[in-house]
Design a protein around this ligand. Structure first.
Ligand code: FPP
Length: 255
């Protein structure tokens, strides 16, 4: 009986869930967590309430990714453009980040999750940097899901930063021009040690990438849904993975 259960778990997710092929779970899922503001507006609530509800969705989706065996989950939490929002909203997002890290780090650690971040973190308030650093130090040796929080992240500025670093390594003769290729370039990105996302999810009905993982997303499968991020639950994630499993990924080749 135990063996049968282990077999089923390995090959399919059971019970009332969508049947997923457990041998084809995407290794890296990236999510643009959009629609918090609209979720709040529909309920006549201030936008900050939408972000707060968005944190609940994060909790669920992190757990579900972990359970399904996803290795990397990258969440677009704050873009380089989000600084242009009203200061009150920016402050509430920073506070939520600190709260989330303080509250969740122990449980994430117990669940073997690594809390990592990508983006230009140096521009975040000190308290955010401290909590991020604390969470990373606590969890860095874990072997489970790698939770990547994209903070002050912009795909274009990531590429510009990489070009700057490559130029300085060229000038300092650490690398030669002939060594520059796609593989080397990838190593200069915030995601240097990670595989490219297999699946990029965007809820809330918007059909664009909004400066997210521009280089890494070259061959990602895209999945959109009309649901706002706070209403994005395990079922939606499973649907996205189910659709992903039906896609024919050719990477420009002919099969
Ligand atoms: C986009 O929705 C969402 C954001 C800019 C912030 C996402 C942040 C969280 C879910 C919570 C804080 C993060 C962590 C990691 C604890 P929007 O505000 O643009 O929604 P709208 O398009 O409906 O206005």
């Amino acid at each position: 009986m135990k063996n049968l259960f282990a077999f089923l778990k390995k090959n399919k997710v059971m019970s009332n869930e969508i049947n997923l092929d457990m041998s084809k779970i995407p290794k890296h899922i990236a999510i643009i967590m959009d629609g918090n503001g609209r979720w709040a507006k529909e309920r006549n609530l201030p936008r900050a309430f939408g972000h707060k509800a968005g944190v609940e969705a994060i909790r669920k989706i992190v757990k579900e990714c972990d359970r399904l065996g996803v290795k990397y989950l990258t969440l677009y939490a704050f873009s380089t453009e989000n600084w242009n929002r009203p200061i009150k909203e920016v402050d509430s997002l920073m506070k939520l980040l600190v709260e989330y890290l303080k509250k969740e780090v122990e449980e994430l650690n117990v669940n073997d999750v690594v809390v990592n971040s990508i983006g230009n973190i140096s521009k975040l308030p000190l308290i955010c940097r401290e909590e991020l650093n604390n969470a990373y130090e606590k969890t860095r040796n874990n072997k489970g899901l790698i939770l990547n929080l994209a903070l002050n992240y912009g795909g274009r500025s990531e590429i510009v930063d990489a070009v700057k670093e490559i130029s300085s390594d060229l000038i300092n003769k650490k690398i030669s021009k002939d060594q520059i290729n796609e593989e080397l370039f990838s190593k200069y990105l915030y995601t240097s040690e990670m595989p490219d996302p297999d699946l990029i999810i965007r809820p809330s009905g918007e059909l664009r990438l909004s400066n997210f993982l521009l280089w890494q997303g070259a061959y990602s499968e895209l999945w959109f849904s009309d649901i706002n991020w706070p209403d994005f639950h395990e079922k939606q994630l499973q649907s996205a993975i189910m659709d992903y499993q039906k896609r024919d990924r050719r990477f420009g080749k002919v099969k």
